[in-house]
Design a protein around this ligand. Sequence first.
Ligand SMILES: *Cc1c(COP(=O)(O)O)cnc(C)c1O
Length: 426
Amino acid sequence: MTRFDPSENHARTLDENDEIAHLRDEFYLTEGEIYLDGNSLGLLSRRAEKTLLAVLEDWKRFGIGGWTNGERPWFYLSERLGEMTAPLVGASPDEVVATGSTTVNIHQLASTFFRPEGKRTKILATELDFPTDIHALGSQLSLRNLDPSEHLAKIKSRDGRTISEDDAIAAMTDDVALILLPTVLYRSGQLLDIERLTKAAHERNILIGFDAAHSIGSVPHRFSEWGVDFAVWCSYKHLNGGPGAAAGLYVNRKHFRKPPGLAGWFGSEKGRQFDMAHEFASAASAGAFQIGTPNVMSLAPLLGSLEMFEEAGMEAVREKSLRLTGYLMELAGSELSSMGFFVGTPGEGERRGGHVALEHEEAARICEALKERGVVPDFRAPNVVRLAPVALYTSYLEVWEAVRILKGIMAGKAYEKFENTRGVTA
Ligand SMILES: *Cc1c(COP(=O)(O)O)cnc(C)c1O
């Protein structure tokens, strides 16, 4: 093993050897700012801007005709984007569609796949889940007159950061009808073993889905091969689709015949939607799980941003992402030890997603001091400084510089002038 080199020169060497470094030039980066919050909101690329403006242009030019005319007819946009997203989740093109929001898609797929029967009346999640997942699952139970405090089981964490796969499997008892788990935990960045968990669920006759909001665009997936039943994700984080961009969902083709829990006319077979019949002619694809008219303007930027993933290839993106997070963790170990930080993200590459959690009791104030110095992190209560170096646009030198700035803040206690509280969004 070579010794870790914390020098600025080493960071520059890593950038010189970065084969996808050129993609950074496609993004709108702010001079003097180091953006490490791409796992909350990815940055705008010139290509995403271009496709958004092109769709506006089609509206200008075609009016209602834009649904079927032009280079990118809106009527087929959700399916087209599903095809473009499929390689990122390891699915066939017709198993994926761009639609809704993560929360709406959880409602859609939980209402489709949760079929309590006899003794099997529970939904299994984790106690470290993103809140909206829990709210949605809880209300799905309530709608069926099942009390969430009894029927929403949550896998416990042993350390408050991670979920052990063994514990998850032990919780797959014979009263569980449906499982929804995160692929990557939003706070610690732990990546779960999706293949193993899916296999274990199926051995116990339980359907299993994943919320891939924090892994899509940063970690490759093989949902079809692993037999995952369904998945959801949002497109404004690592996919760089813009604030409120249309989300995505995956449904394994073995479930194409299942009637959607929340049906709507955009789930119809394309050729029959405008028959305007009252009988629902469901599409024989993941498209069946769309509900109403798509938000065309929030789909449009994805046409451009997904192109960049096609070009780079998800494997190359993951490789650089792992190097970036690994580099950040090593720098934190070498430069910030003895300053009260604890790295909450698993060290093993196969157990970590695309961001790093630095825990510190002064985390909220440290984030304020970082922002004051041009580093954009985010704070996750109670004690996490979350940093996401993003493969498509973050350089190694920026990671190096961010750690240097952080070290300076800690050495001079520059955070003390801020209050240790959080703002509205972080
Ligand atoms: C970001 C995120 C969401 C957000 O859901 P929206 O419907 O887009 O507000 C949900 N779940 C997880 C795990 C997330 O990381």
